[in-house]
Write a protein that binds this ligand. Structure first.
Ligand code: NAD
Ligand code: ZN
Length: 674
């Protein structure tokens, strides 16, 4: 990324930067196109390319015809015979987000003056191939080369099974498409390269290019290359008027075409297509790196034409990179709630599968040793399960000389106590119960919504409380005073009162919140609720045998063992005593129903009679019950209140005779309002 927006460069600065970028890009182009051995990922290349584009746009006079932005592919530097392409083989414009793609479509629509149908295709990750037929017979296969001159790879192409040597009609024509290596063949090839001591290919695209461009065609034959054909040159000769028809036409001649292309008339359909293949791409037997939009109407394509480098009528949308390269600046070790100490790599921020990533977990010391990850290393990242960024491998060739192995700590980074391995765990642990980092995590967990639900007690406040020595365990929370809280940053009367009352309210919680909040290993919110319901209070749980706990439906031996071990500890016994003394509820009070203490009918036995203007009888019954009334059907001495609507009959008379208080609808409405 440029140090500042391109427009803010002076001409001299821009010139220097442009030269630097061209030199770098040209080196990468040589490695990629000519040697089939890239040393950086495509997104690193693409980022630099975009920087160059931005500077050239800001200073058009810096554009030269030999800039990588103006040239297709690379100089040919191989032993193959050269062939001139009658019609140049161009590159393709690309965009990296759906927004950019929509803008491209909007520009297209405004250029042509109406909405446009596109043929949407998968962008196959291989290399472009031209095939020329005379009277139905394959006479030449060639690579793109620099776009005008390519390499003659006819002998190699003849070994590819999906390329027809003879067409189903004796036509003379040129088609173009993608030569690719299926994923399975790629895996097999790389495994063989490794056992035979060769260098594995960086990706299927380079493997395909490297395999097609073999001087010995027998080597190519063994590589299981495949093709998808997608371009018909001079289609007007064959009465074909759309890209979609062209594909069907070529398929009928015997070419292998990709089955996934479809015509889409609006961005919504294209969005659906992108989403489908963003998800499904892993399941395809070949690699794709994006999708391609092509104006479907071939006459319109011809009318739109090309720039020096790309057709104006097509655009590639590239998927977010699934792999990214970056540098590790530091490895930090953090202590979790249970004392496990985990390493995290701190890196130069990079784009990875659609998000910016600057940190990645390294899991444990074993992983650091196994992958030999060092501070200062250049690494490849991927997203495990498409969510968590992970280091997949170290690019050892890029390691600065004299880089020492990453230090593995022996002492807790928070409290300094010696770290241990419990049982046969790989994890390093701090087993100091007073360890400040652990206590901070425990307090934050205790206060969290699904635990004691103490609103306003987040990690920052907890850290301050610890730093000012106001709390060292969860029991201390219940002894905090207004004077204590006044010592915290920005704590004024209102915030002090809010936090104190949140802490105070948590005393009434049903005990499952406490059981979860204590942070016993393996005991999540659901297990805590089952245990609270089953044992009724904390004392019964604490004294229960391991077997008795394991017998509780949905609990099992692992949780049972963890609970018994937890409550055995003297520090835990003391903590529970302190919580009890602080009036924290230790009983299961059940899924609590709201108790209505004061309403005009709370606790009263009520009878309803007659008709009401505002209510149906069932609705009124429900409403009164909600206010704490017991609604019954007949008037007796026990009736506390009769609510009488219009046309009330015998019940009214009975209530009058028993001196039961009577309320009419108007009075009822007034009371309900209160
Ligand atoms: N890593 C590196 O060092 C390095 C160096 C140079 C280039 N590159 C990569 O190469 C890209 C530039 O290469 P490019 O100019 O060949 O462009 P491109 O590969 O991004 O796109 C054009 C090519 O897409 C292919 N293609 C696949 N499916 C297609 C379909 N359905 N319809 C039409 N074409 C289809 C064709 O071969 C066509 O030539 C860069 O974006 C970069 O990612 C990487
Ligand atoms: Zn510690």
């Amino acid at each position: 990324m440029l140090a500042k927006p391109a427009a803010q460069f002076t001409l001299e600065e821009a010139q220097a930067e442009v030269e630097k970028l061209r030199k770098q890009l040209n080196q990468w182009r040589l490695e990629y196109y000519t040697k089939d051995a890239p040393t950086v990922t495509d997104n690193v290349y693409d980022d630099h390319y975009r920087d160059l584009q931005a500077l050239e746009e800001a200073y058009p006079k810096l554009v030269t015809p030999d800039s990588p932005t103006q040239e297709v592919g690379d100089v040919i530097n191989s032993d193959f015979a050269k062939v001139q392409h009658p019609i140049p083989m161009l590159s393709m414009g690309d965009v990296f987000s759906f927004e950019e793609l929509s803008e491209w479509d909007a520009r297209m629509q405004s250029n042509v003056g109406h909405p446009v149908d596109y043929n949407v295709e998968l962008k196959i990750d291989g290399l472009a191939l031209s095939l020329i037929y005379e009277n139905g017979k394959l006479v030449q296969g060639s690579t793109r080369g620099d776009g005008n001159v390519g390499e003659d790879v006819t002998r190699n192409v003849l070994t590819i099974a999906s390329v027809p040597k003879q067409l189903k009609q004796p036509l003379s024509l040129e088609v173009r498409g993608e030569c690719y290596m299926p994923k399975a063949a790629f895996a097999k090839l790389n495994a063989r390269q490794e056992t035979e001591g060769g260098t594995p290919f960086a990706n299927p695209r380079n493997a395909a290019a490297g395999s097609l461009r073999q001087l010995d065609a027998k080597v190519t034959a063994a590589r299981e290359l495949d093709t998808f054909i997608y371009t018909l040159i001079e289609p007007e000769q064959f009465n074909v008027t759309t890209q979609h028809e062209a594909i069907a036409f070529m398929q009928a001649l015997g070419f292998t075409t990709n089955p996934s292309s479809e015509v889409a008339g609006d961005m919504q359909a294209i969005d659906t297509y992108i989403k489908k293949y963003t998800t499904d791409r892993d399941a395809l037997p070949y690699g794709i790196d994006g999708i391609v939009l092509k104006v479907n109407d071939l006459a319109l394509q011809a009318q739109l034409g090309n720039t020096v480098k790309v057709p104006r009528w097509e655009i590639a949308y590239k998927f977010p990179p699934e792999e990214a390269e970056t540098v590790i600046h530091d490895i930090v070790w953090t202590v979790g709630r249970t004392g496990v100490v985990t390493p995290t790599a701190v890196m130069d921020p990079v784009q990875l599968a659609g998000t910016t990533v600057a940190r990645a977990t390294l899991h444990n010391a074993d992983m650091i040793r196994d992958k030999d990850i060092r501070i200062g290393d250049t690494v490849m990242l991927h997203k495990a399960g498409d969510i968590i960024p992970e280091v997949s491998r170290v690019l050892v060739a890029k390691r600065p000389v004299d880089t020492p192995p990453a230090p593995i700590p022996e002492a807790c980074p928070s409290c300094g106590q010696k770290l241990v391995h419990l049982d046969d765990e790989v994890a390093l642990r701090c087993i100091n119960p007073m360890c400040p980092a652990q206590v901070q995590e425990q307090l934050t967990h205790f206060a969290s919504r699904n635990a004691m639900n103490i609103d306003g007690l987040g990690p920052k406040i907890v850290a301050q409380l610890q730093a000012k020595h106001l709390v060292k365990d969860v029991a201390d929370l219940y002894h905090l005073t207004a004077a204590d809280l006044a010592k915290l940053d920005k704590f004024k009367e209102k915030s002090i009162n809010n936090l104190l009352s949140a802490i105070n309210n948590s005393r009434q919680n049903s005990v499952e919140r406490l059981i979860f909040g204590l942070g016993i290993r393996h005991v999540g919110g659901k297990a805590a609720r089952i245990l609270a319901e089953h044992f009724g209070d904390l004392d019964h749980l604490m004294t229960a045998s391991q077997e008795a706990i394991a017998d509780v439906p949905n609990i099992g031996p692992t949780i049972a063992e963890a609970i018994v071990t937890y409550f055995k500890a003297a520090t835990v016994q003391k903590l529970i005593t302190q919580l009890r003394e602080a009036d924290v509820n230790l009983r299961y009070t059940g899924p609590t129903k709201p108790v209505v203490k004061d309403s005009f009918v709370a606790g009263k036995t009520v009878v309803i009679t007659g008709k009401f203007a505002e209510f149906s009888r069932p609705a009124l019954t429900k409403q009164l019950e909600g206010l704490g009334a017991k609604v019954t059907g007949s008037v007796s001495k026990k009736t506390d209140l009769l609510i009488a609507g219009d046309a009330a009959g015998s019940k009214l008379a009975k209530a009058q005779s028993l001196n039961v208080p009577i309320m009419n609808e108007t009075e009822l409405l007034a009371n309900l309002k209160d």
